[in-house]
Design a protein around this ligand. Structure first.
Ligand SMILES: *Cc1c(COP(=O)(O)O)cnc(C)c1O
Length: 388
């Protein structure tokens, strides 16, 4: 029941009306949660498009319609987590092929590649924010897939998606972009030439820190079919209830992202002039090494900030123990502000030597700026800095 008339409308109109139409049977404005595993057939093999929820579910289909419209994609596959979305993308690639991957990717991605799929693919890690080097590696290695995270987590490095995806096409490789940090509101990798844009929807898309979910957006019919088949065969499908929660969360994605960014900008400027801060990384700041590419390929700078506090690990620990409004927790992208130490928490699975090589030092603090009143957040940080 795709309502085509909304597909060309503005972002917030699409997030509210594509997939979020009233229930045709009852008129219920909030879509029903089809909490069912199976579907009645009128005659053997005669059904209404739904046979079993691992394969299809009407609540999940609504979410897939909505997300595809937000990323300007032809297809969307909603999965049980961001990691299972990554698994499905990998499994759609030819076994034994080379995968060229960013060297500063999400810790769980690094773990999946190096400890689960290390025998199935030849992974080569490189700094994809260095465009020339990356293009050379693509020519040399002829990979089946280029795996980009932009911005990266937590160093917020940006890669030139358009240039890399164009080169990938030349050698017949797919380009996949982890778009979790920007959400479809600020970045559309498919519009830049990527083949796959995927998300951990546990973060901004759902936005309320109450669901683990993933999504894969793509245009290629054959690849989409392959990924859907894999999902059906392996089983990492999203549950109806969680699909419904994300369908509700995504309605406010646009206004949330706007507020996340507004707050993040003010906090980044506050941190930049604070005497106990060594360095602030935020793509919206002129001082960000990839600020120019940020302006070109994103329509905003997001709500994630990374900063290096003076005083090493002890300084970081004291600061994190003394913030009050910022919840000390892993994850990001929720309406409430979260803060963490990647070295001890989210990125502990990366060996220390490897962490230091890529600049992920112990005094680094990652902030997921929420949508609280920014004055209160700054006040909270001031108080914690006083204790350091
Ligand atoms: C959280 C996250 C993932 C993994 O997603 P889950 O939903 O936790 O499985 C992948 N990439 C990035 C950038 C993330 O932040």
């Amino acid at each position: 029941m795709l309502n085509e008339k909304y597909l060309k409308k503005g972002f917030n109109t699409r997030s509210l009306h594509v997939g979020n139409y009233p229930d045709p049977a009852t008129g219920a404005v909030s879509p029903p949660i089809f909490q069912t595993s199976t579907y009645a057939q009128s005659s053997p093999g005669v059904h209404r498009g739904y046979e079993y929820t691992r394969t299809h579910n009407p609540t999940r289909s609504r979410l897939e319609e909505c997300l595809a419209a937000l990323e300007n994609a032809k297809h969307c596959v909603v999965t049980s987590s961001g990691m299972s979305a990554e698994m499905l993308v990998l499994m759609a690639m030819p076994k034994g092929s080379t995968i060229l991957c960013g060297d500063d990717v999400y810790g769980g991605t690094y773990r999946l590649f190096t400890t689960v799929y290390n025998d199935d693919f030849n992974f080569v890690f490189t700094d994809t924010s260095k465009t020339e080097e990356t293009l050379k590696k693509i020519d040399e290695l002829k990979p089946s897939l280029i795996w980009i995270e932009s911005p990266t987590n937590p160093l917020l490095k940006l890669s030139d998606i358009k240039t890399i995806a164009a080169k990938a096409k030349e050698v017949g490789a797919f380009t996949a972009v982890d778009n979790t940090f920007m959400s479809p509101y600020f970045q559309n990798p498919l519009n830049l030439g990527a083949d796959i844009s995927y998300h951990s929807m546990s973060k901004y898309i759902n936005g309320h820190s109450d669901v683990v979910a993933g999504a894969i957006m793509l245009n290629d019919d054959e690849l989409a079919q392959k990924i859907h088949k894999l999902q059906n065969s392996i089983g990492p499908s999203q549950s109806p209830f969680d699909s419904w929660l994300v369908l509700r969360g995504v309605k406010t994605l646009g206004i949330r992202m706007k507020q996340h960014e507004k707050n993040a900008f003010e906090i980044a400027r506050f941190l930049e002039q604070h005497p106990k801060v060594e360095r602030v990384v935020y793509p919206g700041l002129e001082s960000h090494p990839h600020h120019q590419i940020a302006k070109e390929q994103m329509s905003g700078y997001g709500g994630m900030i990374t900063f290096f506090i003076k005083g090493g690990l002890d300084g970081a620990r004291t600061f994190l123990e003394n913030v009050d409004l910022f919840v000390l927790a892993e994850s990001l992208g929720g309406v409430e502000s979260l803060i963490e130490s990647p070295a001890i928490m989210t990125h502990a699975s990366i060996p220390k030597a490897e962490r230091e090589k890529i600049g992920l030092s112990d005094n680094l603090i990652r902030v997921s700026v929420g949508i609280e009143e920014v004055e209160d957040l700054i006040e909270d940080m001031k108080h914690a800095f006083d204790k350091v």
